[in-house]
Design a protein around this ligand. Sequence first.
Ligand code: AMP
Length: 364
Amino acid sequence: MKVGILGAGQLARMIALAGYPLGVEFIVLDPSAEACSTVLCEHLLGDYNDPVLLAELAERADVVTYEFENVPADVAEFLENHTTVHPAPKALAVAQDRLVEKRFLQELGIPTPAYVAIDSLDDLEQAMLTVGWPAILKSRTQGYDGKGQSILKSPADLMPAWELLQGVPAIVEGFVSFNREISIIAVRNIAGEMVFYPVSENLHRGGILRVSECRASDPMQQQAEAYVTKLAEALAYVGVLALELFEVDGQLLANEFAPRVHNSGHWTIEGAETSQFENHVRAILNLPLGATAPVGFAAMVNFIGGLPSTEQLLSIPDAHVHLYGKEPRKGRKVAHVTVRSKTAEQMIASVSALVRLSDQVDCS
Ligand code: AMP
């Protein structure tokens, strides 16, 4: 079987690393010659909307999937007309526009932070009367890792935040003083069966994920599973689906979802019976789904903008190193390290050591 992937970054690389032992081959389409999965996948080099390359991908792949949600809608539709695409393009269309996404979640009865659509500075000034201070202004599309976002603390912030967006459509959201951020990663197969990983507890800085910890038996597990199930069913979803949530006094508010494998699930490579990457491959190829039970105490630390030596990383107890083969650059995710320990104490000690190392090399 051959899987086609739109995008050839570290997510595609980890999908391929999980799929090869199952005898699956991979072909990736990406405009960058240096994209980090191309060392282990056949590479179609060119734009995502190049009709010749898309036709070749559709022709050669049994199923096409993607590693990011900003695939142009007409590209996903073209592929769907020529081959099998999982998850279906509808999931992309909803996830790539924050306004459409929030409306979709609310229509399903999944609560979200308060939000208002913004098309002008005037809209923004009006919206602040209902949303209240502080708030966050976010571009509706093309935003990830906190890009295209500004925090609004007082009326003086409105004009600069609006100008930064250069007129692109936006939403303003009430700033949620959450107790913590969690995410739930679910897998749904073609028959509609679902499995769930234990929720991840996530720590962000500057809008970028830094640490995710596997939370076996979390009190929010059931609620998170109920929400992600509603979402997956409404999208007739096939593959791995991640839902990011804020916990506020025992209630969950949905921030956003990702129709793909997710950074907060990287700990599943060593920390679960079957990784999110393998389960994504299994789901889209209609193979039996693997167990999602946690193994030991697991957490993951991202390395952003810089890397210590591999020796330094490997000298930390229970560390499993995943280098992405990318040139370090400001704000760029270049590696993650999973810790899987026999005790919570050891896991916490190793994660603290890794966070210290990560902070030393981080130039973001
Ligand atoms: P996003 O790109 O929407 O996932 O935002 C990145 C990060 O910014 C989130 O993981 C939160 O840490 C923070 N954030 C985003 N939206 C809000 C909000 N409405 N209230 C508080 N923090 C937020």
